[in-house]
Design a protein around this ligand. Sequence first.
Ligand code: NAG
Ligand code: NAG
Ligand code: NAG
Length: 511
Amino acid sequence: MQPLWFLSLIGVALAALPFHGLFHGRPAHGFVDGGARRAHQQAGTSIPSDKYPDVVTDFYPQKVTHFDDTKKDTYQQRYRYNGKFSKKNDIVFLLIEGESEAAEKWIGYDKYQWLQMAATHGADAFQLEHRCFGQSRPYPDLSANTLQYCLMEEALEDVATFIQAMNEKMNYTNPRWVTFGGSYPGLLSATFRSIHSELTVGAVASSAPITLPFDTWEYAWSMEETFKTVPGCAEAIQDSFSHAQQMTLDVEQRKKLNTKLHLNPPFTDSTPYIEIDNFLYNVFAVFQDIVQYSMDGRSEVTKGKDGKGIYKLCSLMQTTDDPIDKLWNVITWSNDVDGNAPLTEFANSYDAFLVYLRNETFDDENGLEQASNRGWLWLQCSQLGLQQTTDQGRNIFGQILPINYFIRMCKDGFGAELMSAQNQYDRTAALRKKYGTGDYKATNVVLPNGSFDPWHKLGFYTPDEDNGVVPILIDGTAHCADMYEEYEGEPADLDRARKIVKDNVAKWLNH
Ligand SMILES: *[C@@H]1O[C@H](CO)[C@@H](O)[C@H](O)[C@H]1NC(C)=O
Ligand SMILES: *[C@@H]1O[C@H](CO)[C@@H](O)[C@H](O)[C@H]1NC(C)=O
Ligand SMILES: CC(=O)N[C@H]1CO[C@H](CO)[C@@H](O)[C@@H]1O
């Protein structure tokens, strides 16, 4: 449970976000940490506290930019070190962080898989926070002046200079570094291995999107496939979304939506289309959030089928006849199991959302994650793309989320000039050409993916035995499932996947 002061702060965010949940595929606390929270909830255990005596937090003076020698500014990049497992054998593990504050438990809680491997190999463990998230702030706010340096290329070079600096600081003579990362940091881990192979001996890249489409309809397509594994579920979802969309178009029916879904502010006769898109997006996001972490911590779900996952969602879609009541049931249940205050309304204002999005204050101290969501949207709009639309044509959600909605959001969030549609296409195309064509080449990389994870469609699946490139598709698991602690009763395939990861890491280390 969150402390009470936290709940009162949530009230502020509620005006903009429907609940403290998923934002563009990014859950509260970031991709990996959000998943960890849920895995613990499903297992009925509490989240390990953020107090680990073996962990030392420090800051490294990092260049603001690695691509302009005339610019000498530096910032303090946060990192952590855990020497608990160290056998002083120059084996060093690095967890690359991504679109959130780096959580201490990820380098302290030794049941996470990468730390289990650190124990096996007697490795020194480091965790590096991503620039522009958490305390790692190139400049004091997230205005355009800072955002121009919040780029994937810079983050990759941060990793390079960090490794070199630690080699010196720790007096490693023949260091063997292995990088780890899940989701977007999985992409960083994989890419770093391919561009800086001289600094590491291998990389684990969990649920890494190796292809970077701008219009990522594959995500909704995968959700549909996952819902289709439960009889009747996809049909029920299609019926509810189709009704919701139809009702937004009719002034009388809108009133019904207002009441049944407790929309605040309610729709009126003159509600503009952007607000309707925004409404449909917010409903869709609730479903994304549930699918993306469905089977992480599978044991509780399979025992009671009551965890936050597709099975409970699908049963809620059968408990009443009214297609809109079904949506409200899913929305409130999803909010409640996350431990949030009971939901009395569903935020329904794109304008309020923009106030939240445009806020340039770093706010990682207060739990609102405004800055992390702004930072994540910036990475998407300016480089990664990965906008989760429903542009695949016929599908169970309907044509509710066109790419235009996201293009407009990028413009509204960061300015029409910087984020004209053309700029968005050009910038994301440039990064895709560099790192996101899907034609991935490297040596010594393991790339696990979960079959239920909507992101798995962008994963890499072409093995290259000669070069030690090892993709794994894990049956029946979701996002980054291979990174968390083991659970009793978990799917057998997860065990197989972990073994492949561990065997490869051992091979790289000759250990
Ligand atoms: C590295 O070597 C220097 C110089 O010998 C020494 O002062 C320093 O304490 C060493 N650092 C570590 C982490 O062993
Ligand atoms: C921006 O966010 C900060 C930190 O959450 C908050 O104190 C401030 O009031 C916000 N500004 C606006 C204009 O909402
Ligand atoms: C994108 C994708 O899902 N690719 C492959 C993942 O792995 C399965 C099983 O190995 C393949 O059938 C998919 O084509």
